[in-house]
Design a protein. Structure first.
Length: 299
């Protein structure tokens, strides 16, 4: 299986590592900026024989059947995505594109007729600890949740915090905003009430904290799931303190070569390329719904 990579963002190398470990060959790589510093580094490190610093020249080379490919990876700046997608879609090949694709939901309109050919990279939904938590909560009711999003600004919320929204949607399904204030958004569905705290540039970490009866489930960072069941009493001098007691800790396995979730994401991608079957969390519909949800937060 062969891929043409368009875009040399910092995430591109993680994809290359996951591809190579699954037998995918890099037929071509192109930056979207002529002054890309990552392009020569990637070409040298991974011994990629065909490279371009002008993505239009790369597309032209492919169109002349000079390079064999089975799918595209688009992994550049999302402001370039539309023009790159328009050209790549002409080949009727599968396309794997980094999230969020666009920052406005209306920008997706031209893509809808190509939805069966597009796989969107929401890799946090591939974390084993998050899949474990989803299955654990599947039949539970009366759930409440507190989410902290200390993003730097609105632009980065669309670019980065979409991962938090994707995890919430993956675990709980469709969500409706029922209340908004400056820094707090209350969301609910038939199963859960979620308080999302958006505080730009505060000194907290991203976290998802879920409560169900006597148990508390904490994702902070998202790679680590801690499950608390009761309070533990401990004497401290003449005082007695009560500390939450951890019952289970599940961590996403961290391997220096691979970004968490990328191996499973690549396996799902290969299955999609061969069969056309797209996991819901990698579908264009899922990506659009996340952007729409973010728009409602800031509307």
């Amino acid at each position: 299986m062969n891929v043409a990579i368009i875009g040399t963002s910092p995430i591109t190398e993680h994809h290359i590592n996951a591809f190579k470990s699954n037998g995918i060959k890099i037929s071509l790589i192109s930056s979207t900026r002529k002054d890309s510093k990552l392009l020569p580094y990637l070409v040298k490190k991974y011994k990629i024989s065909s490279s371009f610093n002008d993505w239009k020249k790369a597309i032209k080379r492919i169109s002349k059947n000079k390079i064999k490919i089975d799918f595209f990876l688009i992994s550049g700046r999302f402001k370039d995505n539309k023009k790159i997608l328009i050209e790549c879609l002409k080949f009727n090949k599968r396309i794997f594109i980094e999230k969020p694709i666009f920052s406005k939901s209306k920008s997706f309109n031209f893509l809808l007729k190509y939805k069966k050919n597009i796989f969107v990279g929401y890799n946090r939904t591939k974390f084993k600890n998050i899949i474990y938590l989803k299955n654990l909560l599947k039949k539970k009711k009366d759930i409440s949740c507190v989410v902290k999003i200390p993003e730097k600004n609105k632009k980065l919320f669309y670019l980065n915090s979409c991962h938090i929204i994707s995890v919430l949607k993956f675990i709980f399904g469709d969500m409706k905003i029922v209340f908004k204030s400056k820094n707090c958004i209350v969301v609910k569905n038939s199963k859960v009430i979620i308080n999302i705290l958006v505080n730009f540039s505060n000194s907290d970490n991203f976290s998802i904290e879920i409560f169900n009866k006597k148990k508390r489930y904490l994702l902070c960072p998202l790679e680590t799931l801690k499950i608390y069941e009761k309070l533990k009493s401990k004497k401290f001098g003449i005082n007695r303190i009560f500390l939450p007691e951890i019952k289970i800790i599940k961590k996403e396995k961290l391997v220096s070569r691979f970004k968490p979730g990328f191996i499973q994401q690549t396996k799902d991608l290969i299955k999609f390329i061969k069969t056309g079957k797209i996991p819901k969390e990698n579908s264009l519909k899922f990506a659009i719904e996340i952007v729409k949800f973010s728009e409602r937060i800031f509307a």
